[in-house]
Design a protein around this ligand. Structure first.
Ligand SMILES: C[S@@+](CC[C@H](N)C(=O)[O-])C[C@H]1O[C@@H](n2cnc3c(N)ncnc32)[C@H](O)[C@@H]1O
Length: 149
């Protein structure tokens, strides 16, 4: 299992997802460009020393990232019709999340193997990026028995 962030814009969200990856033993793919400098202090402030316990791969484009994948690419998007909780995850899946302002472009969404939503109330629009990553990863690891011992 891996997590991928598509062109994230907010350094604190990336730091929070890096900390999530460190805690769960899950690597992180970051697709550039990002909305901040990689050495932005806000990344380290959120990730703290957990930053040294997570494997990070940075990719210059979605296309170069896509070419590295062996398993399925599973998109989390508010526009999906399939619920995360009706989906059968595999340990080799990579979960990809869109940018904070606009998600992922249509061409990126269409190249993903599956598209899933996390059910939310009709009155609201979406979760925070890091919150959605935690919810989706939690369910994926639960199903695949991938939690750390
Ligand atoms: C702040 S949201 C982006 C909202 C953006 N306006 C959109 O329509 O995609 C950032 C990312 O978190 C994930 N996300 C947030 N809420 C979600 C939900 N209810 N279901 C699935 N993914 C969600 C998606 O990957 C989304 O691209």
């Amino acid at each position: 299992m891996r997590l991928c962030l598509y062109q994230p814009e907010i350094a604190g969200n990336v730091g929070a997802v890096m900390r999530l990856g460190a805690c769960m033993g899950v690597g992180i793919d970051l697709i550039e460009p990002m909305g901040f400098q990689w050495d932005d202090r806000r990344v380290r402030r959120t990730a703290m020393d957990y930053i040294d316990h997570v494997e990070i791969r940075r990719h210059p484009s979605f296309e170069s990232f896509r070419g590295t994948l062996g398993g399925r690419l599973v998109l989390l998007t508010t526009k999906a019709t399939t619920s995360l909780y009706d989906f059968k995850f595999q340990a080799s899946d990579t979960l990809i999340f869109g940018k904070e302002s606009a998600g992922v472009p249509v061409d990126v969404a269409s190249t993903c193997d599956d598209r899933l939503k996390i059910p939310i109330r009709a009155e609201v629009r979406s979760f925070n990026l890091a919150t959605s990553a935690a919810l989706a990863l939690g369910e994926a690891l639960r199903q695949t028995r991938g939690f750390p011992e």
